[in-house]
Design a protein around this ligand. Structure first.
Ligand SMILES: [Zn+2]
Length: 324
């Protein structure tokens, strides 16, 4: 009983005092003590690494291993790196040599600095460098946080017998979204342009970018491709198609409500996306949050394009011209 009380109190303390603010990098957080990493062998020495047992958000990681050492895509939080290594098979050279960031968010890239200190090179799109080196939103700058190797459109890494292709997508979730393709293994790591089983986190995102990025993803995949999503279980092409269909429907519905001249509040009162909720409706992943994010970003884009110039142009006319 006492033990149970102690555990309950400890859990509450952990939640109250040790839970980081959303979007913040954390070190030595108690929430990681009970975290584990599951390694799923995919093909040709490519593994999907997923965290479980922690309430802290951590994206999926992909590992390529071989004689050259380890390449990690989206290592996540620093506390998880040791667990990721331990989940992989015994290797002749277990050092992490290369790290690829799918984008700069904390739940994918917090371990950059630690891995850099251990000798790895961090690789990412140029805008990830801007985000992490200049105006990091999740912690004060640390050595090695921002990528040392940057690219604009695409980059090939020849490592462990693979020609790993990094492809920058149209900006969707962030400006730096990058898909990583392992052609020999026929595996793709998507980052947060695609998550499996829930809505993605869409604040400050671009719905048209999501649609374009997922269309590109479908072109790169075939029916045998194993797709590691930003979050959620391993996916196939059909899961991406489902997500793309949902994104198109979200865009259509929100555009229609903007077209009718509704305010954000009036739009939300209609619960326009509730029936599209793919999984658990938690906070920022709920249909109402998504409706709000998409409404805000679409109206901002219309204003930027000069297609809503209040009061001379009505939203209805604006959206028609936006569609052409
Ligand atoms: Zn993200």
């Amino acid at each position: 009983m006492l033990a149970a009380l102690a555990v309950a109190a400890f859990g509450a303390l952990g939640t109250l005092y040790l839970m980081p603010r959303h979007g913040v990098c954390v070190d030595r957080n108690l929430m990681f003590w009970r975290a584990h990493v599951r390694a799923t062998p995919l093909r040709n020495n490519v593994y999907m690494l997923s965290a479980y047992g922690t309430d802290l958000v951590q994206g999926n990681t992909t590992a390529l291993v071989g004689d050259d050492g380890v390449l990690l895509v989206d290592p996540g939080h620093p506390e998880m790196v040791g667990k990721e290594r331990a989940a992989l098979p015994d290797l002749k050279d277990p050092r992490v040599r290369l790290v690829v960031d799918s984008h700069g968010h904390f739940d994918h890239a917090c371990a950059n600095s630690q891995l850099f200190d251990d000798g790895a090179i961090i690789i990412g799109h140029g805008s990830i460098w801007n985000y992490l080196a200049e105006a990091s939103s999740w912690h004060s700058r640390r050595r090695g946080d921002a990528p040392q190797v940057t690219f604009e459109n695409a980059l090939t890494l020849r490592f462990d017998g693979e020609q790993v292709r990094l492809i920058h997508t149209p900006p969707a979730h962030t400006e730096g979204d990058t898909i990583t393709v392992f052609p020999r293994a026929n595996v793709i790591h998507t980052g947060d342009i695609f998550v499996n089983g829930t809505f993605p986190y869409m604040e400050n995102s671009d719905i048209d970018g999501y649609i374009a990025a997922e269309e590109l993803l479908l072109k790169l995949a075939d029916d045998n491709t194993l797709i590691v999503p930003g979050h959620g279980p391993l996916a196939r092409k059909a899961d991406v198609q489902k997500s793309l269909d949902r994104m198109r429907e979200v865009r259509k519905r929100i555009a229609l409500l903007i077209d009718q001249g509704l305010t954000r509040k009036q739009m939300l009162a209609r619960h326009p996306l509730d029936d599209l909720q793919p999984g658990p409706s938690r906070e920022v992943l709920g249909s109402q949050a998504v409706a709000g994010f998409v409404f805000t970003s679409m109206t901002k884009a219309l204003k930027r394009a000069g297609k809503i110039v209040v009061p001379h142009v009505t939203p209805a006319r604006a959206v028609r011209s936006f569609h052409k």
